[in-house]
Design a protein around this ligand. Sequence first.
Ligand code: ECB
Length: 134
Amino acid sequence: MPVDFSGTWNLVCSDNFEGYMLALGIDFATRKIAKRLKPQKVIEQEGDSFSIQTTSAFRSYFVQFKIGEAFEEDNKGLDHRKCKTVVTWDNDKLVCVQTGDKKNRGWTHWIEGDQLYLELCCEEQVCTQIYKRA
Ligand code: ECB
C-alpha cells in the first residue's frame, strides 16, 4: 500500500520558519504575524492527484497537482512569485521543486508514525514543521 497523506493535520511545531520567510523576502510586519500562526492542512490524495489546503487565521493557500505534471504556481497570498512547480515521489516522500527566481526552492512531505513532516526550503534556509492529525 502506498502512503496516504489524506486527512486534516494541525501544526504542532515549526523550526526556522523565520529563516524561510526571510529568504523569500517577506517583510517584518508580515513575518511577525505569520510566525505565530498554527496552520491546518487538509490534504486530499486520490491516486497521484493531490490537493493541499493550508488554512490559518491570517492567510490561506490552496494548491492542486498531479505527480510528475509541471504546473504554474502563483504563491498567491504568500510571496506572490510565480514558479514552475513539479511534485514527484521519492520512495514514500512527496518532493516538490519550485523553479523560479529563488534558488533551491521547494518542499518535502513525509509521514513518520502519526506525524506529518514538512520541510520547506529556499536558498540556504530549511524550515521543518510537524503536523498531527486533527
Ligand atoms: C498559508 C498559511 C501560512 C500563511 C503565512 C502568511 C504569510 C507569510 C508569507 C509568505 C511565507 C511563505 C510561505 C508560507 C508558508 C506556508 C504556506 C504554504 C507552505 C507550503 O508550501 O505548503 C505546501 C506543502 O504542504 C503546499 O502548498
